[in-house]
Design a protein around this ligand. Sequence first.
Ligand code: PLP
Length: 383
Amino acid sequence: MIYFDHNATSPVMPEARQAWLEATEQFIGNPSSPHRIGARADNALTAAREKLADILGCDPLDIAWTSGATESNNTVLHHFARSAPAGSEVWISAIEHPCVLQAAEHYFPAKRRRLIPVTRGGVIDLDWVSEELTEKRPCLVAVMAANNETGVLQPWREARAICAQYEVPFFCDSVQWLGKLPSKGLGECDFLTGCAHKFGGPRGIGFLKCPAKSRLQPLLFGGRQEEGRRPGTENVAGALSMMAALEAREKALAAKEHAGRLGYREAFEKRMLESLPGAQVVGAGQKRLWNTVSALMPEASQHRWVVKLDKLGFAVSTGSACSTGKEEPSHVLSAMGFQPQEAGRVLRFSSGWETEPRNWDALAEALLKVYLDAHPVKTRTAA
Ligand code: PLP
């Protein structure tokens, strides 16, 4: 199988696997235990925290380890629901991951929630944010760094700067950006979340960056770990493994090892558009992640495409892994103005760091094969 579903999860990279194995053997203690074996585990966790803070550009004290981004994102919304002034609003981009949108729906009544609109290209409307801020101050503005379904990069730096002018806390879900693009500057966001398994680290580990002075309202109760922000025994091996993966990715990014990757994606898109009548790239013309293509396929349903491609040896997705199988059209595509029938024809191809041009070529050939199998008459006409 050729794996084109890295935005759902990525295989654990060798550096991360090695770090996990070593940490599991070396740090057998609970970081909260009072003996030296516990202290060793705690020191290792502190060192990992310092590394992460250094990469993101923030204070290590601002970082809490969590089980992943779903937990981190829920914690942010929970925190604001419990600590924000009564009646204040949260403004959330319409294309956030469901774990942000649904947490907001859970914690805030409709009259306290506003969706930041996006353009047809899938970019949040910064003017909307600037204009609305002149009228009102929400307790939180949430804009993700890169969208998981379309790969469209969001102007999080600009959004953060605008919010800072008005002293409004800014929250960024950086899950799909981390490891694919340099992390520089992300640590300036007031609240920042991420997880390891989207960039070659293990599943079940992530982080929440929040100002240490904000006295975070924890989502869970039962322990003083992570300065009371996240109770539960810390996943030491997970944190060390995550940092091994992130450090390796950052190093490769600094050395511009992935510079050609955007070209692979573009060549694939060109080939796909030339060979499949009616195909479209979602977010075409926008800055997008080098690994992600969201494409509107000709006719047949997306599930049919996924099954056919699977049989031909390609693992692709219909969009967000979490939405697969549900009947409603993707909220991301709907926010971008796609009709439900169009949204039902969208496939997502998300490559990895090891994906070669020949893998993209093979995918383009497989797409054409599926198309031609479904359109035998047109083939004969064309011949
Ligand atoms: N945020 C984004 C943008 C995602 O793509 C995902 C996973 O698909 C999540 C959050 C949830 O992450 P996790 O799997 O660590 O809970």
